[in-house]
Each structure stands twice: as C-alpha cells, then as structure tokens.
Design a protein around this ligand. Structure first.
Ligand SMILES: Cc1ncc(COP(=O)(O)O)c(C=O)c1O
Length: 370
C-alpha cells in the first residue's frame, strides 16, 4: 500500500513544458507571464477586479495593510483559528491583532463575534475563509460600513470558493490568495491580491517592488517604501497551467469531500466540517475528542500511520503562541479555537486521490469509534 499524504500538488507535463519554455526564453523573473496570469485571474474572479501577483499570500496581505496605512495604534480583528500568518502580518505593520473566536464546524468568524471586539481603535477586520469554506460576508460588510472599518479577506485557502454564487475576490475589497503547493492551485510559492480600487492597485505595484513608480514618460520615482515581493515568470507560467485546471481540481475535491460525508461515522467524539454551497474543499478537517477514547494525539496519528495514512494539523490556536500571549491572551480566551487546536486532524484530500482512498481513511475512523 502507498503512503497517503494529507495533500499533494497535481503537476504534469503541461507545467513542465511551460517552465522549460520560460527558462529557455531568457526572461525568467517577473515579465509577460506575470501580466498574463494577472489578467487570467482577474477574469476568473470576475466582478471587474484587477489582480496583482506577489511571491506569497503573506507578502500580499502585508502589502494590503501597508497600502491602507495600517500601523501603530490601529487594531485589526482576526480569527484566533487560522494559520499564524494571518496575525503575523498585522504585527509586522506595528498594529495590534485583536482575536475573535470561530464557529466549531465552519471554523469561520461571524459578524456577531466581530461586533463584540470592536473598539475605537479598530481600523479593519480580516476574515479568513478557513479550508475553503466561505465566510458569511454580507453581515460583516454591513457591520464594517456601520463602524467605518476596512475589510481585507485572507482567502489564502479559498481560490475558487464562491459566496452566494460569486467568486471570493469579486467583492471589490482587497482579497489575498495563496498559491503555496498545498493550495487548490499552485505557483510553488506565490500569492495575489484582487481589488477593484485602481489607486490601491497602483500602491500595491510599488510596494511589491522597491517603492518604484513610473510617470507617463517612464521616469522612475520612489515616493514611499517598497519591498521585494514580486513573483517570477517561472512561477507565473505554472499558475497559468494550474488555473486552467482549477475548476476541475475543485470539482474533484468536492466529490471526495462528499464521499467522506457518506463514509465517516457519526459519533459524539467526532465533529465533521460544515458543508456550504461554494466550498472549495481546500481541506477536510475534523475534530476528534481522543481523550474521551482513552487516546493521545500521538496514538491517533500512529494508528493512521500504521495504515500508511498521514494526517495534517491545521492549526494550533494563534493566541496561544508566546508572541500572542504577550498581548494578554491565554488558555480560556477563545474556547472554540482552543478545542480545534487540540483536537483537529486534517484528512487526506487532493485531486489525484481515489474514492477508495477516502474509504481507506474513513474505515480507520469507523474502527476507532466502533
Ligand atoms: C489562512 C492563511 N493565511 C495566510 C497564509 C500564507 O500564505 P503563503 O504561504 O502564500 O504566504 C496561509 C498559508 O497557508 C494561510 O493558510
């Protein structure tokens, strides 16, 4: 039996040939392929947005915060359950992340939770579409309008996710995607921002490349700080091939997720993820109360490893890392995020998996919970 990882990118001859072509072309860093992928992504996302590529979603999120002048004295509301980058980018600007708890099944934040965390210093809120599950954005936009807050979406895990039938990213407010290898499409490392604000797009272009801007005559100017966050053409050309296959990948992910729902046992110690229309099934994460079964986390992982199945762990609650405990958070601050942090397991889910692979994973859960 082959070891079944929790994720694996799907790359084939098309990507290999595309990379080879770029390498032979003599132009390997940011150039025509980046521009092409930006156009293709903008048209995929829809809603008349523009897209700018970055070398990671972390860089993309940092650039959004800098472009919107978020800094010392400002608070940005973020979920306590996400990858740590969601909060780290806020810290990087000198602003303070303010955590809120999430819902257990969707792992997403709600307008209600956000409203309880708003203070006179709140400048922005950054919902995360966890594992590709769409956050209920309409009440969040309404709340943000009421309190004059900016909304930035961390859609690192949500390329291809739809909310009320529309692609995440098409709403106009700045949205960041990741193309890291475990995401639904990859550029190896890479990220993007979608926004309908042409001024913001101009600032992002300059922030991602040394603060450089050019006037109509092509003269170079530097008016504000910029870093080095551009994506090379070698990566962008992989993204072009991947984007053409994205809807197929996501349809396959949905099929596999639906099969998990059919095969996973129903048991009080097991919490399955919430399904939602438009979910892109980046991950299938469950909570398992292994203590109630007389087991440790290691026991569970070993049980699966013995059957050549690797499970993932997404994620430890952010507020419990020592960096964030220094802001005054600790155990008990966000009970749901902490429960997820303790009990979460990510089941294998990637397009090249078979239905039999899903059966194999579900069978181990059936045995564990019998
Ligand atoms: C929710 C979330 N935000 C941000 C990031 C950072 O993405 P990147 O690795 O492209 O910087 C990730 C990556 O896993 C993520 O899951």
């Amino acid at each position: 039996m082959n070891m079944l990882p929790f994720t694996r990118p799907t790359l084939d001859e098309e990507e290999l040939e595309a990379v080879s072509e770029v390498l032979k072309s003599g132009w390997i860093t940011s150039g025509p392929r980046v521009i092409e992928l930006e156009k293709e992504l903008a048209s995929y996302v829809g809603g008349g947005v523009d897209v700018r590529l970055f070398n990671s979603a972390t860089a993309a999120l940092e650039a959004i915060l800098i472009a919107r002048d978020i800094g010392p004295g400002d608070e940005v509301i973020v979920p306590a359950m996400s990858f740590v980058a969601t909060a780290n980018v806020v810290v990087r600007t000198g602003a303070t992340p303010v955590f809120v708890d999430v819902e257990l099944e969707s792992r997403n934040i709600t307008a209600q939770a956000i409203s309880e965390a708003i203070t006179p210093r709140t400048r922005a809120v950054m919902p995360v579409h966890f594992a590709g599950a769409p956050v209920d954005m309409d009440p969040i936009h309404a709340l943000a309008a009421e309190h004059d807050l900016l909304v930035f979406e961390d859609a690192a895990q949500a390329i291809g996710t739809r909310y009320k039938g529309r692609q995440i990213g098409s709403s106009g407010n700045p949205v960041a995607f990741s193309f890291h290898p475990n995401k639904n499409m990859t550029t190896i490392e890479g990220g993007a921002v979608a926004s309908d604000d042409s001024e913001l797009i101009k600032r992002l272009e300059s922030i991602r490349f040394h603060g450089i801007s050019r006037d109509e005559s092509g003269e170079m100017g530097v008016e504000a700080w910029g870093g080095k966050m551009n994506l090379p053409d070698v990566n962008a050309t992989i993204g072009l091939a991947q984007l053409r296959k994205l809807d197929g990948f996501n349809a396959r992910r949905r099929k596999l997720a639906e099969h998990y729902f059919k095969r996973m046992p129903s048991h009080p110690a097991l919490v399955l993820p919430a399904d939602a229309p438009g979910h892109s099934w980046h991950m299938f994460c469950v909570c398992l109360d292994f203590h109630s079964l007389g087991m440790s986390r290691e026991d569970v992982l070993d049980t699966f490893k013995a059957r050549e199945i690797m499970l993932g762990m997404h994620y430890p609650a952010i507020h419990l890392f020592s960096l964030y405990r220094r802001l005054g958070y600790g155990p008990g601050s966000f009970p749901v995020a902490e429960q997820i942090g303790e009990q979460t397991f990510t089941l294998p889910l990637f397009p090249a998996m078979t239905i039999a692979d899903v059966d194999r994973v579900a069978y181990v859960f059936q045995r564990l919970l019998a």
